[in-house]
Design a protein around this ligand. Structure first.
Ligand code: ADP
Ligand code: MG
Length: 262
């Protein structure tokens, strides 16, 4: 593998030392909902293979930030480049970018009238144009990967929350995304189901997927994050490797937040 240039190469002890080139770049991004200024000068660089955990109080703009990356929300100022494509409201091929970004939400958002298997097959057939056989083969592979191959024929209502969320993850992975976004993917789950979803997320992280994960699961952050980002009032207030973020937060607002949740 080609080494990055010396000026940008992290040191041997950096958690980023095995990471690739920049896959997401946000520069001075500002966004308003009407007159409400929700994102303030957000700068963020994510490298291929990097795992980023985003935390912060409710309403701080975490969902808005990650939704701007697949243009579920539009930004009004600044630049967002995803895998070489500059995002803006008028781009003709936003679907091409979206295809490369998987997203898992707090609510599982499965199609209720389709089985787990069919939920996973739909987009590969409709969007990628795969044959039914090929889509089914891929769907079964990923249902296996999230440890529920035996649930393939069930409808969402017949599955537990944890199983539904694992189907949602499998469904995203069937599109072969380059980036996975998770927005509080475990927040709606009963406590006993949180770990079965986090375990899948951990193994995805260990497989080298580029991930941006909005979560308050700080155990997950410590275990897999290359960097933890703290947001407050629409700003990125702090960004550091977990060891530093938890042991020695630099910002008073971060310290207060960690004091409340840890
Ligand atoms: P978080 O995910 O950190 O809880 P959000 O990104 O959901 O924060 O929201 C940030 C702020 O923007 C909040 O004050 C929220 O009420 C507001 N907001 C979110 N979505 C909309 C919207 N569609 N229209 C207007 N305001 C919104
Ligand atoms: Mg949110």
């Amino acid at each position: 593998m080609a080494m990055p240039q010396a000026a940008t190469a992290p040191g041997p002890d950096s958690p980023g030392s095995e990471l690739g080139d920049v896959i997401i770049e946000m520069k001075k991004v500002n966004k308003w909902y009407g007159t409400f200024h929700v994102l303030h000068d957000v700068d963020l660089q994510v490298r291929r293979g990097e795992r980023i955990v985003i935390c912060g109080p409710s309403g701080s703009g975490k969902s808005t930030l990650i939704r701007c990356l697949n243009q579920l929300e539009e930004h009004q100022q600044g630049e967002i480049v995803v895998d070489g494509v500059t995002l803006n409201a008028h781009m003709p091929r936003i679907d091409v970018v979206r295809r490369e970004i998987g997203m898992v939400f707090q609510s599982f958002n499965l199609f209720p009238h389709l089985t787990a298997l069919e939920n996973c097959m739909l987009a590969p057939m409709k969007v990628r144009g795969l044959s039914r056989e090929e889509a089914e083969r891929i769907a079964r592979t990923y249902l296996e990967r999230v440890h529920i191959p035996e649930q393939a024929g069930k409808f969402p209502v017949q599955l537990s929350g944890g199983q539904q969320q694992r189907v949602a993850i499998a469904r995203s992975l069937c599109m072969n995304p380059k980036i996975m976004l998770f927005d509080e993917a475990t927040s709606a789950l009963d406590p006993e189901m949180v770990n079965e979803v986090l375990d899948v997320m951990v193994s995805l992280a260990e497989s080298g997927m580029t991930m941006l994960v909005v979560t308050h699961e700080m155990g997950f952050a410590r275990r897999v994050a290359d960097r933890v980002i703290f947001m407050d009032a629409g700003e990125i207030v702090e960004s550091a490797p977990p060891s530093q973020f938890f042991a020695n937060p630099q910002n008073e607002r971060t310290r207060q937040f960690l004091g409340q949740i840890l």
